[in-house]
Design a protein around this ligand. Structure first.
Ligand code: UT7
Length: 344
């Protein structure tokens, strides 16, 4: 699925695709209070701060309270985004929560968020595309705005991964964290807004990253729990290779389709999984380190929440300014991947 590219002439004429242009008009994020450092992890599994930092770049991650669910974190991030956008909850037409750790199998986490926000006029659903979920959700919501079906969308990436990682498996538990990020989307005047979107999936590689238990394939039973199927499984090395290739290709394509050159991109916000993945993408795209926004050292991998949390931090610290062309690029289980160029 690839958005139609827009020629410079079309842009000059105010043309922005099928309908209007769509902008992110507010961002917000939330991280739980509790911080788990690499030194803390040394007491839980057979690992070292040195291994975690050199292999992943992660130094600490936030961990939700036991009684804190994904929708609790999503609600705070959403309130902050709405406040920044100066949009009242009742003016939200659509809420999409991207998550692999919903509060419950159903109802959707988005419905819990709606109720907490008092966004009574919104249609709500969750979207699952693992770590690429936030980009898929922004792309989905923007289609509703472009067609004129709705005016305002709230898109949230939120995860409580601490509840699904195996705290006995050192190859995964050191990598993930909890948190939520949100954005408000509305129509805007071209040439601002989303300029291009590239998304893709490869269902032949589902085995490499999954949480097998608790669905219809392996419904929860004493056996599935004994086999630890209710925890995330990852073949890290293979995921790493695919992540680098898919993100650098998607990033390059999205830039090409935006009509901009890579030199014009002011800031790149990649999925925050591993510093070595970020460095490999940087090398492949031949972009200097300063143009990448990285906060994974303080949060770890928050799956669908990684990009919106990083984006909010980049906006609030002035790293991304109005009219800056930026690139968001993600990769996750499925596999799923995507890239998006936005003129902020
Ligand atoms: O969000 C999208 C999905 N996720 C990702 O993008 C993650 C992609 N993968 C990665 O980030 C990396 O592959 C990891 C960080 C998971 C692992 O790094 P690696 O360089 O691929 O290490 P490895 O899996 O090849 O393991 C190297 C060694 C192994 O020991 P042997 O077999 O060489 O003796 C592991 O058992 O490191 C060992 N090891 C650890 N040692 C200390 C694995 N985990 C740990 C640990 N502490 N936490």
């Amino acid at each position: 699925m690839t958005a139609a590219s827009i020629s410079p002439d079309q842009k000059q004429a105010g043309f922005s695709g099928f309908g209007c242009s769509v902008a992110i008009v507010g961002t917000g994020s939330y991280a739980p209070e509790k911080i788990l450092t690499n030194a803390d992890l040394e007491k839980i599994v057979d690992t070292t701060d040195e291994w975690i930092v050199t292999r992943s770049g992660i130094r600490e991650r936030h961990i939700a309270r036991e009684d804190e669910a994904t929708s609790d974190m999503a609600t705070v991030a959403a309130q902050r985004a709405l406040e920044q956008a100066k949009v009242a909850p009742e003016d939200v037409d659509l809420i999409i929560v991207a998550t692999i750790t919903p509060d419950m199998v159903f109802p959707s986490t988005a419905c819990f968020v709606q109720n907490r926000l008092g966004a009574r006029n919104a249609t709500c659903f969750d979207l699952e595309a693992a770590c690429a979920g936030f980009l898929f959700a922004v792309n989905t919501a923007s289609q509703f705005i472009k067609t004129g079906a709705i005016r305002t969308a709230l898109v949230i990436g939120a995860e409580k991964l601490s509840g699904v990682v195996d705290w006995q498996d050192r190859t995964t538990c050191v990598l993930f964290g909890d948190g939520a990020g949100a954005v408000v989307l509305q129509a805007c005047e071209a040439p601002r807004g989303i300029l291009s979107v590239v998304t893709g999936s490869d269902g032949s590689l589902t085995e490499l990253l999954k949480l097998p238990g608790g669905g219809s394939r392996y419904p929860v039973s004493p056996q599935t729990i004994e086999q630890r199927l209710h925890y995330m499984k990852m073949v890290g090395k293979d995921v790493f290779k695919h992540a680098v290739r898919a993100m650098s290709e998607a990033g390059r394509k999205a830039i090409e389709q935006s009509g901009l050159s890579i030199d014009q991109i002011a800031c790149i916000v990649p999925h925050q999984a591993n510093m070595r993945i970020v460095e490999a993408i940087r090398d492949r795209m031949a972009v200097e380190p300063e143009r990448f926004f990285v906060n994974l050292d303080r949060y770890g991998n928050m799956s669908a929440a990684s990009i919106p949390v990083a984006l909010d931090e980049a906006v609030r610290t002035g790293r991304i300014k109005r009219d800056d062309p930026i690139l968001l690029v993600a990769f996750g289980g499925g596999f799923t991947w995507g890239a998006m160029v936005i003129r902020w």
